[in-house]
Design a binder for this molecule. Structure first.
Ligand SMILES: Nc1ncnc2c1ncn2[C@@H]1O[C@H](COP(=O)(O)OP(=O)(O)OP(=O)(O)O)[C@@H](O)[C@H]1O
Length: 606
C-alpha cells in the first residue's frame, strides 16, 4: 500500500517536471512504472481485436455465469428458461432473415445453438451448473458449436475487412489521403465495398491516381481496387475491393433481352451481377479494343439482341471477307464483304437517310419512330479501319450518317482496334459516337481514344482489363467506370440464334425503298468516278478467281524459306488485306503455313 502511494507520488512529480520543463510527453517503459496495468490493457486490446474468434468462449462463460446465478436465485424458473429458449429458436429459424441471417444454413445454426445453450441453462438452473455431467456437456457443446463459427467464410471475411478498414487512418495517411474517413462497409460475395468521406479539397480523381498505392496499403492483389464517385456528393466515393473475380468464368448468353430497338440491349453483367443495359435507339456506337479482347464477341451479343427486334433492319459491313458477320447473314438485310459493296451499302444508307428526312420535314415531324413497318436501320461495321483503308470514298457516306442519321434512326455500330483519327478516316464519325464500349487496350493513351478525352484520368482504366470480353461502357446512362463482361455466344449459339431470328426479320419500309429506287441516278454519278465499282460483277469475280489461282500457285511453288506478304501482293496484284485473309483461310484449312515470321508457303502434302 505504502509502495503504491510512493510510486503514485513519484509519477505526479514527474508529470509536474515535464510540464514545467516543456518536455514532450511520451510513454516510458521502466521498472519505475507498474507492469500489471500495461499487461491488462494489452490483453484487453487483444481480446477486443479477436472478439469474433473468441465469441464461442465468451458465450460459454456467459452461459455458465447465467446458469450459476439462475440456480442460486431462481432455481424453480427452469421451465420458463425452456419456453423462452424454444420461442427464440423458432423465431430465429423462421424470421432470422430480419437479423441478417440471410441463408437457411445460418438460420439453422443459430436456432440449434440457442436450443443447446437454453437447454443447458435450464438444466443448470434446476440442478446447478457444476453438477456432473453438466460442465463436460458445456465444454463439448462449446467446442462442437464453435467449429462452424470458426469455419464460417462470411464471418471470417467480415472480420478481415473490419481489421483492414480499422487501419484506414494510417492507410489514408500513407497514400496521401489523410483526413478521409470510412463511413460504412459491406462484405459481399466477391469482396467488400466501403463508403468513404473525403477530406476537404480531396477529389475522386485524387483517389484514382493513388489506386496502386491504395492496393498496396490495403494488401490486395494488383487491380483489385475500384473507385466510383457518388454522383450526389463530390466529397464521397465508393471503394470496392474485388477479392474473387466474379467474371472469372465466361457468362453464357441467356437469350434475347429485348423485343424492340426502343428497349436497351443487354450486353453482359457488371461485377455486382447487375445487367449492362444500353439503348441503341438513335445512337451511334463505337466498340474498340486490341485484337482478341472480345470486340467480335460484343458485336455478336448486339446482333443477337437486335435480330430479335422486328422494328430494326440490320446491314453489315465486314471486309474480313465476311469472317465475323457471315454467320449472321440470314438476319442481315444486306452484307458487304468487299470495298465496293461497302461503299454502295453506305451510299444507299445515306439515300435512305435523305428519303426519311424529306418525309419527316414534309410531315413536320422531328424524329423517326421505329415500328415494324417503319424500322430503324442499324449498320454494323466490323473493323472500321479496314473500311478507311480500302474504301476511303465510303467514309464520306459514313460521316454523313454519323452526323445526320440519329433523328431518322439510321445509325452506325463501328468496331475497330484503335480508333485513331487516321483509322476513323479523319472525319466526324468518332466524335458522333454516343455509346463507347472499350475492351482491353494496350496503351493507357488508347483509353481516351476510344472513350473520349479525359476518361483515363477519370478512372476509366480499360488498359487493366485482364480477360477477353471484359469491357467498360460509357453512354448517357453509364457515366461511372464499372467493369463488366459481355455474354459469350459460342459458334453454335450464333448459328442457332441466327436461324431462330431469321424468320421474323422485317423488310425496309416503303419510304426507304422508294428513296433507294430514286438514288441510282446519284449513284451513277458516283460510279463514274470509281472505276472499280463500274466493273461488272462477273468481271470482278473472274479477276478475284485469277488472283486466287495465282496466290495458290505462288504458295505451292514457293522456296523453302517461303514468300513474304509483299511478294504475294506483287504477284497477285491484290491489297495487303486480301492477301492476309486468303492466307488465314489457307492456314485454317491446313493448306498453307507460315514458315517463319511473315513468310508463307503451301504445306507439302496439300
Ligand atoms: N465474353 C467473353 N467471355 C469469355 N471469353 C470471351 C468473351 N469474349 C471473347 N472471348 C474469347 O476471346 C476470344 C477472342 O474474342 P474476339 O474474337 O471477340 O476478339 P476480337 O477483339 O474481336 O479480336 P479480333 O480483332 O482479332 O477479331 C474468343 O475466341 C473467345 O474465346
Amino acid at each position: 500500500m505504502t509502495r503504491h502511494r510512493h510510486s503514485r507520488h513519484r509519477l505526479r512529480r514527474n508529470a509536474r517536471r515535464i510540464r514545467r520543463d516543456g518536455i514532450e510527453p511520451m510513454m516510458i517503459l521502466s521498472d519505475d512504472l507498474e507492469f500489471a496495468p500495461i499487461v491488462l490493457v494489452t490483453l484487453g486490446q487483444a481480446m477486443w481485436r479477436y472478439r469474433s474468434e473468441l465469441a464461442p468462449l465468451s458465450m460459454t462463460f456467459l452461459i455458465l455465469t447465467g446458469g450459476a446465478i439462475l440456480h442460486a436465485a431462481y432455481a424453480t424458473w427452469w421451465p420458463t428458461v425452456l419456453i423462452v429458449t424454444a420461442l427464440t429458436s423458432w423465431a430465429l429459424a423462421f424470421f432470422g432473415r430480419w437479423v441478417n441471417l440471410t441463408r437457411p444454413a445460418e438460420r439453422g445454426y443459430a436456432a440449434v445453438t440457442v436450443m443447446l445453450a437454453g437447454g443447458w441453462t435450464a438444466a443448470a438452473t434446476a440442478v446447478g451448473p457444476f453438477t456432473v455431467p453438466l460442465p463436460h456437456v458445456l465444454a463439448m457443446g462449446a467446442f462442437v458449436a464453435g467449429l462452424p463459427w470458426w469455419a464460417h467464410r462470411r464471418r471470417r471475411a467480415r472480420v478481415r475487412v473490419e481489421r483492414t478498414l480499422a487501419a484506414w487512418p494510417e492507410i489514408s495517411q500513407a497514400v496521401g489521403l489523410a483526413g478521409s474517413r470510412i463511413q460504412s462497409a459491406v462484405v459481399d460475395l466477391w469482396g467488400y465495398r466501403a463508403r468513404v468521406a473525403l477530406a476537404r479539397g480531396q477529389t475522386v480523381e485524387d483517389v484514382v491516381s493513388k489506386l496502386p498505392a491504395l492496393e498496396s496499403a490495403l494488401g490486395t492483389r494488383r487491380g483489385a481496387a475500384r473507385v466510383q464517385p457518388v454522383p450526389e456528393r463530390a466529397n464521397r466515393m465508393e471503394l470496392r475491393v474485388i477479392e474473387t473475380d466474379p467474371h472469372a468464368d465466361a457468362i453464357a448468353w441467356p437469350g434475347p433481352s429485348v423485343s424492340s430497338i426502343t428497349q436497351p440491349v443487354k450486353l453482359g453483367l457488371f461485377e455486382d451481377g447487375s445487367p449492362v443495359r444500353v439503348s441503341l435507339l438513335r445512337r451511334h456506337a463505337l466498340v474498340g479494343g486490341v485484337a482478341g479482347a472480345g470486340k467480335s464477341g460484343g458485336v455478336n451479343v448486339i446482333l443477337a439482341d437486335l435480330s430479335a427486334c422486328p422494328d430494326v433492319v440490320i446491314w453489315g459491313i465486314d471486309l474480313k471477307r465476311g469472317m465475323e458477320l457471315l454467320p449472321w447473314a440470314s438476319c442481315l438485310d444486306r452484307l458487304a464483304t468487299t470495298a465496293q459493296e461497302a461503299q454502295a451499302l453506305l451510299r444507299d444508307a445515306v439515300a435512305v437517310l435523305d428519303g426519311r428526312a424529306d418525309l419527316l420535314a414534309q410531315q413536320g415531324q422531328r424524329v423517326w419512330q421505329p415500328r415494324s413497318d417503319a424500322p430503324a436501320l442499324v449498320i454494323l461495321v466490323d473493323e472500321y479501319a479496314e473500311l478507311v483503308d480500302e474504301a476511303p470514298e465510303a467514309v464520306r457516306h459514313a460521316d454523313s450518317i454519323a452526323r445526320r442519321g440519329r433523328a431518322v434512326a439510321v445509325t452506325l455500330v463501328a468496331a475497330t482496334q484503335r480508333p485513331s483519327q487516321k483509322a476513323m478516316g479523319h472525319g466526324a464519325v468518332r466524335s458522333q459516337m454516343d455509346v463507347r464500349i472499350s475492351f482491353r487496350v494496350r496503351e493507357r493513351r488508347d483509353v481516351d481514344l476510344i472513350l473520349g478525352q479525359g476518361m483515363l484520368k477519370g478512372g476509366w482504366h480499360s488498359h487493366t482489363l485482364n480477360a477477353p470480353g471484359k469491357f467498360l461502357v460509357s453512354a448517357p446512362e453509364h457515366d461511372i467506370p464499372r467493369r463488366a463482361r459481355t455474354f459469350l455466344l459460342a459458334d453454335d449459339a450464333v448459328q442457332r440464334t441466327a436461324v431462330r431470328h431469321a424468320s421474323n426479320r422485317p423488310p425496309l419500309d416503303d419510304i426507304s425503298v422508294a428513296a433507294l429506287e430514286t438514288a441510282p441516278m446519284e449513284a451513277d454519278r458516283d460510279a463514274s468516278s470509281e472505276s472499280s465499282s463500274a466493273v461488272p460483277c462477273e468481271v470482278r469475280q473472274a479477276a478475284s478467281q485469277d488472283a486466287e489461282n495465282t496466290l495458290w500457285a505462288a504458295l505451292r511453288d514457293a522456296p523453302t524459306e517461303g514468300l513474304s506478304i509483299d511478294d504475294l501482293m506483287r504477284r497477285t496484284g491484290m491489297g495487303r488485306s486480301w492477301v492476309y485473309y486468303r492466307l488465314q483461310e489457307h492456314a485454317h484449312s491446313g493448306r498453307a503455313a507460315q514458315v517463319s515470321r511473315g513468310r508463307w508457303r503451301a504445306l507439302p502434302d496439300s
